[in-house]
Design a binder for this molecule. Structure first.
Ligand SMILES: Cc1cc2nc3c(=O)[nH]c(=O)nc-3n(C[C@H](O)[C@H](O)[C@H](O)COP(=O)(O)OP(=O)(O)OC[C@H]3O[C@@H](n4cnc5c(N)ncnc54)[C@H](O)[C@@H]3O)c2cc1C
Length: 296
């Protein structure tokens, strides 16, 4: 993983954020159109696709299992020599060029396709209000700020275990609240709490994590999800309820920024996600061409 990340350039024409059917379909068209692009994903692409027990509406493959389809998608990318870079993007700063930030990494792209899917569940009470004031989404990025302090990691997947282990070396105390089964590789200094989070408490900065029957005194709370809420990833994007507002070209309200798949709203279906991903890439390519030869 680290080898792939070290090969990141400072600038790409196109960045595709997300590696589900929408992101992968976008990457195929970007490759076919010979663009200078990068596709970024989390370790496992994509949990939703893999969980579909039987897919009856994917044209040409009746009754195929989600995991088999996932393998076929990944093999297709491999055959086209497309490498998914395992980096979760935690912030995007408006452009163009857009600046994309992940763990210890940042780079620029003239155009961006958001293909992040939708995040599970609602934000925790206090999460949005205390974001950047004790609440964060990347413990290893902000770790040094919490030296000798008490923090909590709320994690929806095993990637949170690496974040917690990293923090155990720095912090006075690390609590781990898993929202998944089978926590496997935690440092023994970390205390696992199996309660459910009722809220993150604080006025100026984070003071406590409310687990209902117990209040944990912490100064930092990190939430590790497969998919960040869009509003936390990039600010100022026009939304339509919880979905990113797009037109038929999959353009968002920001120039050069496209969105595709579940993140643009219902129906949450594979064929819609893949169709939008491919379409967004074609329009992004046209946009990139227009940058090179602007209409006079
Ligand atoms: C149990 C189940 C059964 C289903 N069955 C069907 C079915 O039979 N037929 C059908 O059509 N649909 C089905 N679906 C829906 C289908 O799986 C989704 O519509 C589809 O996966 C959406 O694709 P996507 O690419 O938009 O998002 P996702 O598949 O959710 O992929 C998004 C990917 O991007 C990654 N990502 C997110 N944020 C970031 C970031 N900031 N940085 C880097 N990577 C990021 C995520 O980790 C994820 O891997 C099912 C879903 C579930 C859960």
């Amino acid at each position: 993983m680290s080898e792939d990340i070290q090969t990141l350039k400072h600038h790409y024409e196109l960045a595709i954020v997300g590696c589900g059917p929408a992101g992968m379909a976008a990457a195929l068209n970007a490759k076919i159109r010979k663009r200078d692009f990068i596709i970024l994903g989390t370790e496992f692409c994509s949990p939703k696709l893999s969980k579909a027990p039987q897919v009856d509406n994917w044209l040409g493959f009746p009754e195929i299992g989600g995991e088999e389809l996932r393998q076929r998608f990944l093999n297709h990318l491999q055959e086209m020599e497309i490498k998914i870079i395992p980096l979760q993007v935690t912030n995007i700063y408006p452009g163009p060029p857009y600046t994309l930030v992940g763990k210890d990494q940042s780079f620029e792209a003239d155009a961006v396709i958001l293909a992040t899917g939708v995040s599970a569940g609602k934000l925790f009470p206090g999460e949005a209000e205390l974001l950047g004031r004790g609440v964060g989404y990347c413990a290893t990025c902000d770790g040094p700020l919490y030296k000798n302090k008490q923090v909590a990691i709320i994690s929806y997947n095993s990637e949170g275990e690496d974040e917690a282990n990293f923090m155990a070396d720095i912090c006075a105390k690390v609590y781990f609240i898993p929202y998944y089964s089978q926590v496997l590789r935690l440092d023994p200094r970390i205390e696992v709490k199996n309660g459910k989070v009722k809220g993150i408490v604080g006025t100026e900065t984070v003071k406590q994590l409310d687990l209902g029957e117990e209040q944990l005194s912490v100064e930092g709370v990190f939430i590790i999800r497969d998919t960040l809420p869009v509003e936390q990833l990039i600010s100022g994007l026009e939304m339509d309820d919880a979905a990113i507002k797009v037109n038929h070209k999959l353009e968002t309200s920001m120039t050069g920024l496209y969105a595709a798949g579940d993140c643009t709203g219902q129906p949450f279906q594979l064929i819609k996600a893949a169709g939008e991903g491919g379409t967004a890439a074609l329009h992004a390519v046209k946009y990139l061409d227009s940058l090179k030869s602007p209409a006079s």
